[in-house]
Design a protein around this ligand. Structure first.
Ligand code: SF4
Length: 216
């Protein structure tokens, strides 16, 4: 299934009672890109999303009830292999989770898996812009958002935290302001979104629209 088609499919399967629409949009965006990569890479959704069939069924039941069985089946019974760095990112995110685990745990697993992709993190999550990633972090990992007070690029920030937690650093300078790699860690993360986010005829809830027009 193409990513844009998957996004429409998931958004049309939303649970009407599940919040203001932002979480559905975030999960649908990430899962849509992961679904699109299944055919491209000839792998299961477990590989591209980092979630096994149980986790996919659970997130489906919470947010996309009509699509839950199909989502779970896309894992094809596989268990994602999680390398050490990815596991560390999962654990750091969960340590700072500010929303209940049924939502923050799969989100941490998705984010950690998508950190392996090559673009800006907001792009590899299928979001519209970096502001949506900031909103996501504020909502689900609020204390981590606070720690990233200098607004370092999120992928860099997470990998730097992994290094710190393992007692070493790859940084070539003691402070960021004196570092030759400053532009690589901070600054703009412009780019083109990987999804068009078309809902068909659906109109997103007002709060969701408002949030997604916030510039960060
Ligand atoms: S700017 Fe330099 S010192 Fe700061 S996090 Fe990046 S690599 Fe490390």
């Amino acid at each position: 299934m193409a990513p844009d088609q998957a996004y429409r499919w998931l958004m049309s399967a939303c649970a009407p009672s599940a919040g203001d629409g932002f979480d559905q949009h975030v999960f649908a965006s990430i899962l849509s890109l992961a679904i699109g990569q299944m055919a491209e890479r000839q792998v299961s959704l477990a590989v591209t999303s980092g979630l096994d069939s149980v986790a996919l069924a659970e997130i489906g039941a919470q947010l996309f009830p009509d699509a839950a069985p199909a989502l779970a089946a896309m894992a094809q019974g596989a268990t994602p292999i999680v390398e050490i760095e990815e596991q560390s990112i999962r654990e750091i995110l969960l340590m700072y989770a500010s929303t209940p685990l049924p939502l923050s745990r799969p989100l941490a697993q998705l984010l950690a898996r998508r950190c392996n992709e090559p673009h800006h993190l907001w792009q590899d999550l299928g979001l519209r812009n970096r502001g949506e990633l900031s909103t996501l972090m504020e909502r689900h990992f609020a204390r981590l958002r606070t720690r990233n007070q200098n607004d370092m690029k999120w992928k860099k920030f997470l990998f730097r935290m992994v290094c710190g937690s393992e007692g070493f650093t790859l940084c070539p300078a003691p402070v960021c302001t004196e570092c030759d790699d400053f532009a690589g860690c901070f600054g703009g993360e412009d780019g083109i979104a990987q999804l068009t986010h078309s809902h068909g005829d659906d109109i997103p809830p007002a709060a969701f629209v408002e949030e997604n027009h916030t510039v960060h």
